[in-house]
Design a protein around this ligand. Structure first.
Ligand code: C2E
Ligand code: MG
Ligand code: MG
Ligand code: MG
Length: 283
């Protein structure tokens, strides 16, 4: 099989390439085992108010504590799980775990926290997805208004009409939808008009360049202004410096997320944070 690849044949023998390939082949088979053996964990990263720095909600981010490899990054296994379809059971597990943990966190507290969960396109457009979401809310007792689902523009490849239908049904139930990694696709502007989304999340790649690239800054400002005119909330991802925070606050970006405020953390650490705002405060 390698021979037919002609000149690329040497790729197979480059040690690091072979290593990478072996790595992903193994990981692919291990997701199922990992689910069964409880190797996944959900971490939570706060989203803060751009003016006060106080926590408004959290994003659930899956972590894989591999018995031999240590912590495996989602960037390494989510794409593989998408290829094999294992993202469906994995995504459901994350959704249920996040809803359960946040419902538990909110119990007995005056102020409730909202949680955003990433949903792969494949999972989002799958038949039965809505039923799964509603069932999980029932089982965990998390109020629908405290759940937000993050999807990327790539979901639109599956056909805008169907996607809009699913989003409308979620909205009807009181569940919010956020458009993640906004600006990295190519369909952004025209689709923003049609999608019943509550929030756009400006991708970290924009934030990184905002101070050095005037055109990027103009795009960011444009998206913020446009989204506000459509009654959407804007989040900037990947805030690492005070300069970035100040810049985005000045541009009236509503919420900020990034290492400057907090890294993703296990529920036990999140629970210990005192500074949680009531959800009614419009985030
Ligand atoms: P995302 O949804 O855009 O999540 C934001 C990513 O940026 C997270 O990476 C987060 O840890 C990272 N991040 C946050 N602040 C900063 C910062 O200031 N600097 C830098 N350099 N990075 C920052 P993470 O946790 O590695 O996740 C990567 C991607 O994997 C996520 O991007 C999301 O697309 C996907 N993912 C994670 N968990 C899930 C999940 O449960 N389901 C699905 N379908 N995808 C997930
Ligand atoms: Mg996300
Ligand atoms: Mg994102
Ligand atoms: Mg991103």
């Amino acid at each position: 099989r390698a021979k037919r690849k002609g000149r690329n044949i040497w790729q197979w023998y480059r040690p690091e390439e072979g290593q990478r390939l072996k790595h992903s082949v193994t990981l692919r088979h291990e997701v199922q085992t990992a689910l069964r053996e409880n190797q996944f964990e959900v971490y939570y990263q706060p989203l803060v108010d751009s003016l006060t720095g106080r926590i408004r909600s959290v994003e659930a981010l899956v972590r894989w504590q591999h018995p031999d490899r240590g912590m495996v990054s989602p960037g390494d296994f989510i794409p593989l799980a998408e290829q094999t379809g294992q993202i469906v059971p994995l995504g459901l597990w994350v959704l249920k775990q996040a809803c359960q943990e946040v419902a538990d966190l909110n119990t007995g507290r005056e102020q409730s926290l909202r949680v955003a969960v990433n949903i792969s396109s494949l999972q989002f457009i799958r038949d039965g997805f809505l039923d799964d979401v509603f069932k999980i809310l029932d089982e965990t007792g998390l109020p629908p208004r405290l759940l937000e689902l993050e999807v990327t523009e790539s979901v639109l490849i599956e056909g805008a009409d169907h996607v809009i239908g699913v989003m409308e049904a979620l909205k009807h139930k009181g569940i919010r939808v956020a458009l993640d990694d906004f600006g990295t696709g190519f369909s952004s502007l025209s689709y923003l008009r049609d999608l019943p989304t509550h929030k756009v999340k400006l991708d970290r790649s924009f934030i990184q360049k905002i101070e050095t690239d005037r055109r990027i800054a103009a795009i960011v400002q444009g998206v913020i202004t446009m989204a506000h005119h459509m009654d959407m909330i804007v989040v900037a991802e990947g805030i690492e410096t005070l300069e970035q925070q100040e810049d985005l606050a000045r541009r009236h970006c509503d919420l900020l997320q990034g290492y400057l405020f907090a890294r993703p953390m296990p529920m036990a650490e999140l629970m210990a944070l005192p500074d949680i705002l009531p959800v009614e405060s419009n985030a």
